[in-house]
Write a protein that binds this ligand. Structure first.
Ligand code: RIB
Ligand code: CA
Length: 317
């Protein structure tokens, strides 16, 4: 099978770690680089977690660049350690990778890879969109060079997870999200509408912990912390699969359910709507699903269960 060129932008993060594992296991993916951004934890810690996970997977060949520490209009203030643990990966201590980060920034890496693979590079962004916005500012031709962008972020018809209306990745840097959605490239947005419907359960975690593979075992251990957080949402020890679902959709591994291509606007005001992704979904009442000039596909649902695919990927690493 021909491998396609991908760049991953992440804030590693427990579900980011699962997304990374999913991509590493895929025969369709040539992961050319990974950039970190502040979000769940600082960009520096996220990059270190990524480097260590890649080492554990025997993939020291994949370059890692540190990305933006602060957001476009606000400083980073410590992240979501109450969700992902103090070190971002549920307190799991990984063996330290024996190599350095790249000298270039994540934004520079995006621009470099897009020029090296014109029309071919697929970008997956599963943290705040700061690096992508900075890359667009670095190179006016970037959008035209990129094949497409898949983001985990937003909430279309469901509540937010950090405010009543905003999802964490978009809420962390709404200005960046607005720039990324305004750029002239095709974006697939995977919001909470879809990701809260895919969960990984306690018996899946047991299987991971019993695995022979160190990455699967480490993810199994991390999930204990993620379950601690999600128990209040679901009433059982489980967690949503935000980032790996977006990764699988980017690779084309899942049949999409309702996934209209529509106009999406991000609220960048300082009011209660800050970070909301306002999606033009009135076609549901009015008909006319086509919207002229729209280039954002909003994935409201997927058809098939995703967890078995994710489990199989993590176990075959
Ligand atoms: O809202 C969920 C998203 O925020 C995921 O990407 C998670 O890793 C955090 O970044
Ligand atoms: Ca993330």
């Amino acid at each position: 099978m021909m491998r396609l060129p991908f760049y991953l932008d992440c804030d590693t993060g427990i579900d980011d770690a699962m997304a990374l594992a999913y991509l590493l296991a895929s025969e369709r993916v040539d992961l050319l680089g990974v950039g970190s951004v502040s979000g769940n934890i600082s960009a520096a810690v996220g990059a270190a977690n990524t480097l260590d996970l890649l080492a554990l997977a025997g993939r020291d060949d994949i370059p890692v660049a540190v990305g933006a520490h602060d957001f476009l209009a606000h400083e980073f203030h410590g992240g979501a350690t109450h969700v992902h643990g103090e070190n971002g990966i549920g307190g799991v201590v990984l063996p330290h990778a024996q190599r350095e980060m790249e000298k270039e920034s994540a934004a520079e890496m995006i621009v470099r890879l897009a020029h090296a693979h014109p029309g071919e590079l697929r970008i997956i962004a599963i943290g705040p969109l700061t690096n992508l916005a900075l890359a667009l500012r670095l190179d006016a031709d970037l959008a035209a060079l990129v094949h497409d962008v898949t983001i985990m972020g937003g909430a279309a018809l469901v509540p937010g997870n950090v405010t009543r209306v905003a999802e964490a990745n978009i809420h962390n840097d709404p200005e960046a999200a607005a720039e990324v959605l305004a750029a002239d490239w095709f974006v697939t947005m995977v919001p909470l509408d879809a990701t809260m419907e895919s969960t990984i359960e306690a018996d899946d975690r047991d299987v991971l912990e019993a695995s022979n593979h160190p990455v699967a075992r480490a993810i199994g251990a991390m999930l204990d912390t993620y379950f601690d957080f999600y128990v209040r949402f679901f009433g059982r020890r489980t967690s949503a699969l935000h980032d790996p679902l977006a990764a699988a959709i980017a690779v084309g591994d899942l049949e999409l359910g309702e996934a209209p291509v529509v106009h999406v606007e991000v609220d960048t005001t300082e009011g209660p709507g800050r970070g909301q992704t306002i999606c033009e979904l009135r076609y549901r009442f009015l008909g006319h699903p086509e919207q002229e000039g729209a280039h954002c596909r909003v994935v409201l649902s997927v058809v098939e269960p995703f967890t078995p695919k994710l489990m199989a990927a993590m176990l075959r690493l």
